[in-house]
Design a protein around this ligand. Structure first.
Ligand code: ZN
Length: 271
């Protein structure tokens, strides 16, 4: 994987160099499969899988435009978190494009756009749901409930900031049940998922618990996933996200529901 600067206003796009340079835009309406991570497709047979952890890091650095160049079907999993991508992006540095070609064209600095939630939008059922509510801050509330005592009930309320993302959310590793990780590897997705980077649960135990970085790492990772999935909106969402046992499928349905009615949101300047 190579991360490269992109033109202001171009958004985040993946390029499959192994498929003749096929471009797949990182947008919610390009999402196909969501069973084992979020997969985006370009409609011509090219896809990229498990993009959510990289997308979370991109959103966590508040990067709007980026080219992601791949020579395979998914970004490398690295440490199973967003921190490993965040470190790469921090090393490279970020340029404020309010002085860009676009800004010169319209003769004023172009401010960063956000999508402001105007009224509640929710998807799912009582058992599993995802919702967005109007709020002046970018807030995340997540609750999970697993029968396995290794996870159990975990809840977290967290407000977005770049520093907070790096400290509280980005380090939270991905997790799965041992049989799921085996199925993931067999299906050709999550190719890099292993006991070195993925918290693996068997029965009521995390079998590689020495990798754990937080006691409530699982709910933190669910917020990481939600940040990555919501980044496919194309701009930060100004509002409160609430997830109750939500996953990639519901997170994507939520964006589709949000954008299905223009009365649900406003496009506003973040300054
Ligand atoms: Zn994840």
């Amino acid at each position: 994987m190579r991360l490269a600067p992109a033109m202001p206003g171009s958004g985040v796009a993946f390029r499959r160099n192994d498929l003749g340079g096929a471009i797949i835009s990182a947008r919610y309406d390009q999402v196909g499969q969501t069973r084992l991570g979020t997969v985006i497709e370009n409609g011509n047979g090219a896809s990229v899988g498990v993009i959510e952890h990289l997308m979370a890091a991109v959103a966590g650095c508040e990067i709007d435009d980026l080219d992601v160049i791949l020579d395979g079907p998914e970004p490398p999993i690295l440490d199973g978190d967003a921190l490993s991508y965040l470190s790469l992006l921090s090393q490279a540095g970020v340029v404020d494009t309010a002085g860009s070609r676009e800004a010169i064209k319209v003769k004023r600095p172009v401010s960063r756009e956000a999508i402001k939630v105007k009224r509640p939008v929710s998807v799912g059922t009582k058992e599993a749901r995802a919702a967005l509510f109007p709020s002046e801050t970018r807030e995340f509330r997540f609750e999970i409930d697993f029968p396995s005592a290794a996870i159990g009930h975990q809840a977290l309320k967290w407000r977005f900031s770049r520093e907070g993302f790096a400290a509280d959310i980005a380090p939270a590793r991905t997790f799965g049940f041992v049989h799921e990780i085996e199925a993931l590897n067999k299906s050709g997705l999550g190719r890099g998922a292993s006991l070195e980077n993925t918290l693996a649960i068997e029965g009521d135990k995390v079998i590689n618990s020495s990798l754990m970085r937080f006691p409530d790492e699982f709910v933190r990772h669910k917020i990481l996933d939600a940040i990555g999935d919501l980044a496919l909106a194309g701009a930060p969402i100004l509002g409160r996200f609430e997830g109750h046992r939500s996953g990639h499928g519901l997170n994507n349905q939520l964006l589709r529901a949000l954008f299905s009615d223009p009365d649900n949101y406003n496009r506003v300047s973040l300054d």
